[in-house]
Design a protein around this ligand. Structure first.
Ligand code: HEC
Ligand code: HEC
Ligand code: HEC
Ligand code: HEC
Ligand code: HEC
Ligand code: HEC
Ligand code: HEC
Ligand code: HEC
Ligand code: HEC
Ligand code: HEC
Ligand code: HEC
Ligand code: HEC
Length: 338
């Protein structure tokens, strides 16, 4: 019977024929005590074989829950030598612990630590980086089986529609299929709840007066697909109803944005690219001062400059091509200055 015991208390049990009773030297361990081993030469009293701390110097430091265990929970019959270090051997071959029956693989330590089985160490394994699909919101709370079934962890389609087709088809408010909503749910939904939909209306930014309009003001009868972004498709009646200035009589273009912009909150305060400067200076006067009729293609300069035709003519003595007509004034004075 040979027994070596280090000062630190770690004993390397060597061959021995008998189990000899020892009193506990360091015995604070739950597994400590005498042990009959049916003739095993490796069986010893745990108290003599070391402490949790001295165990740190083995190849298998005790961490997490392992640190709280009695020695004999791992060292069956207090046999120390040849104790498996592989998680799988203790937790599957011995104990059948894997809830997923090895369907996630046998290398438990790739995903778990001895802290707890409850959740995997996110640094070791997470569903986004290791499986390729980020679980958020409701999905985090689901059993794996809800998506993977009981057969295994084969890859599943990541496209929302492939799992939520029946939800899409079952919608009533709004009825997605009838509305022509795209089947790319993430453009309006997160994985949290269907109710808090938000739609990035980027093709036709909802700003100005449109920001407060209800979806159904523009998408009549729940029809979304094919809505025209052209202003006149919704505002032709407004255009036709104008009197000051009368747009159709004036031949105003149907692209309202030219004068009203894209973020207008109302129709007043139109601002448009008027080649002849009328925003400031001497010529910042009412439209009708120059546009004497409802046809805005026609304008007059002479209403104001007429009284001094003689002065005008004198002013232009020697100016080739001069004539006393509004078109002529404009063509030589397109900026209304000298
Ligand atoms: C969670 C399981 C576990 C617990 C609990 C545990 N051990 Fe161990 N122990 C091991 C493993 C695994 C090895 C093998 C390490 C290696 O191969 O180097 C080992 C190795 C040893 C060895 C060295 C054996 C050799 O052949 O070198 C001794 C001695 C030992 N443990 C004593 C103890 C004592 C005393 C306790 C209680 C305080 C204890 N162990 C608790 C798992 C455990
Ligand atoms: C590829 C990664 C991976 C591997 C390998 C793996 N597991 Fe898991 N295990 C998980 C995930 C993920 C969960 C679920 C955790 C959750 O619900 O958040 C889990 C859950 C568990 C649970 C259930 C925890 C609970 O109470 O819900 C046990 C027990 C478990 N694993 C044991 C094992 C064992 C034993 C092994 C080795 C034989 C192993 N696992 C291998 C990833 C893995
Ligand atoms: C030598 C056997 C042995 C080895 C190797 C081993 N364990 Fe353990 N482990 C146990 C025993 C025994 C328990 C206590 C049994 C229990 O409480 O379920 C335990 C408990 C645990 C627990 C706590 C379970 C709970 O209920 O809270 C986790 C987590 C765990 N081990 C993970 C691991 C991981 C990960 C590995 C590999 C790195 C590993 N174990 C290696 C024997 C071992
Ligand atoms: C909401 C549905 C959903 C839930 C819940 C879910 N998964 Fe997945 N899982 C997926 C999808 C989708 C993929 C495929 C990702 C890909 O292929 O890009 C996947 C892939 C995987 C893979 C990789 C399969 C392979 O061979 O590539 C593993 C492993 C996995 N999941 C494990 C789990 C575990 C463990 C749980 C429970 C903790 C879980 N999943 C919960 C949807 C889910
Ligand atoms: C692999 C299958 C799978 C994929 C892919 C998937 N889900 Fe799920 N999802 C589920 C399951 C299973 C549930 C829980 C059962 C249910 O409520 O339908 C769920 C639940 C939900 C819920 C909560 C429903 C409720 O009743 O409150 C929302 C929201 C959701 N998913 C959104 C999404 C979105 C958005 C995507 C795409 C990014 C997506 N899901 C992709 C399987 C999937
Ligand atoms: C263009 C935006 C948009 C898209 C794309 C979209 N939804 Fe919705 N969804 C909504 C809006 C808006 C609501 C109403 C939200 C509310 O009630 O607050 C809604 C509500 C829902 C509801 C709850 C209402 C009901 O009648 O049951 C479900 C379920 C739903 N969506 C599923 C889906 C699924 C599944 C997809 C993808 C296949 C999808 N949606 C794609 C905008 C969208
Ligand atoms: C002021 C009018 C207006 C309002 C309000 C409005 N939309 Fe739109 N929407 C449009 C126009 C215009 C388009 C077409 C944009 C394009 O194709 O350039 C459009 C396009 C869409 C599309 C794309 C349809 C397709 O498949 O082509 C969806 C989905 C949509 N809107 C949903 C909504 C939802 C949900 C709301 C309420 C939150 C809303 N819209 C509010 C005017 C509006
Ligand atoms: C799909 C229908 C739709 C389209 C396209 C559309 N609008 Fe509108 N617009 C509305 C609705 C609905 C309102 C709010 C109800 C109302 O005042 O008529 C509104 C309101 C407005 C208002 C405020 C009117 C007021 O009485 O205060 C202005 C200005 C406006 N839109 C300008 C435009 C311009 C400019 C465009 C082109 C870029 C445009 N709209 C395209 C539907 C549309
Ligand atoms: C060439 C410039 C121009 C274009 C293009 C234009 N407008 Fe105007 N609009 C104006 C001006 C200038 C006013 C007067 C602004 C003021 O009173 O502050 C005005 C005023 C209006 C008014 C209020 C005046 C009234 O008589 O009711 C409405 C409604 C209106 N526009 C609708 C439209 C619509 C709809 C479109 C496109 C389909 C459009 N406009 C295109 C220049 C334009
Ligand atoms: C001081 C004189 C003057 C005033 C004031 C004036 N205009 Fe003009 N307008 C012109 C001249 C000159 C042109 C031709 C050159 C040009 O396009 O700017 C013109 C051209 C136009 C046209 C282009 C018609 C076409 O050929 O398609 C529109 C529309 C117009 N004006 C609208 C207005 C409106 C609306 C106002 C008032 C906000 C206004 N104008 C005020 C002188 C004036
Ligand atoms: C509402 C009256 C009014 C109308 C209409 C009018 N003007 Fe004038 N304009 C004035 C006044 C006032 C002045 C400054 C006094 C002056 O020089 O006679 C002026 C000055 C000018 C000047 C000289 C600017 C300078 O640098 O001294 C030119 C050139 C001119 N106008 C061109 C035009 C043209 C071209 C038109 C027609 C498109 C036009 N005006 C229409 C009132 C008007
Ligand atoms: C063929 C080109 C031409 C035409 C047409 C023309 N002008 Fe002139 N105008 C000129 C030139 C060049 C001058 C500078 C003369 C000088 O300073 O000797 C001038 C000078 C003026 C001035 C004086 C500017 C100053 O700086 O004192 C006014 C005001 C004016 N023009 C208005 C008009 C009006 C109103 C009309 C239309 C009835 C008109 N012009 C038609 C070329 C023209």
């Amino acid at each position: 019977m040979n027994r070596l015991r280090s000062k630190a208390g770690l004993v390397i049990a060597l061959a021995g024929a008998l189990v000899i009773p020892f009193f506990l030297v360091l015995g604070a361990q739950r597994g400590a005590g005498q042990e009959k081993t049916g003739g095993s030469t490796k069986a010893v009293k745990a108290g003599q074989e070391g402490t949790v701390e001295s165990h740190d110097r083995t190849n298998f430091p005790l961490v997490g829950k392992h640190r709280t265990l009695g020695c004999r929970e791992c060292h069956l019959n207090l046999v120390f030598e040849g104790t498996p270090t592989d998680c799988e051997v203790c937790h599957w071959q011995r104990r059948q612990d894997d809830r997923y029956g090895l369907r996630l693989g046998t290398r438990c330590a790739d995903c778990h630590t001895p802290q707890s089985w409850k959740k995997v160490d996110p640094a070791k394994w997470n569903h986004e980086t290791d499986a390729g699909f980020r679980l958020e919101g409701i999905h985090r709370t689901l059993d794996c089986e809800a998506c993977h079934g009981s057969g295994g962890f084969a890859p599943r389609p990541t496209d929302c529609y492939s799992c939520h087709e029946s939800d899409y088809l079952g919608t009533r408010e709004p009825n997605h299929a009838e509305a022509g909503f795209p089947t790319s749910c993430p453009s309006c939904h997160s994985q949290r709840a269907w109710e808090d939909a938000s739609f990035n209306h980027a093709d036709f930014v909802l700003q100005g007066a449109h920001a407060s309009a209800a979806c159904s003001d523009c998408h009549k009868n729940g029809v979304y697909a094919g809505t025209s972004p052209a202003c006149a498709s919704c505002h032709l009646a407004d255009y036709n109803g104008t009197t000051d200035p009368n747009h159709s009589a004036s031949g105003f273009p149907l692209d309202c944005t030219e004068c009203h912009g894209t973020s207008a909150t109302g129709w007043t305060g139109a601002n448009f690219d008027h080649a002849f400067p009328i925003q400031s200076g001497r010529h910042a006067v009412a439209c009708s001062e120059c546009h004497r009729t409802s046809d805005y293609r026609v304008f007059s300069c002479l209403e104001c400059h007429a009284h001094d035709q003689t002065d005008m003519d004198n002013e232009h003595r020697g100016v080739t091509g001069y004539s006393y007509s509004s078109q002529a004034c404009y063509s030589c004075h397109p900026q209304g200055n000298g």
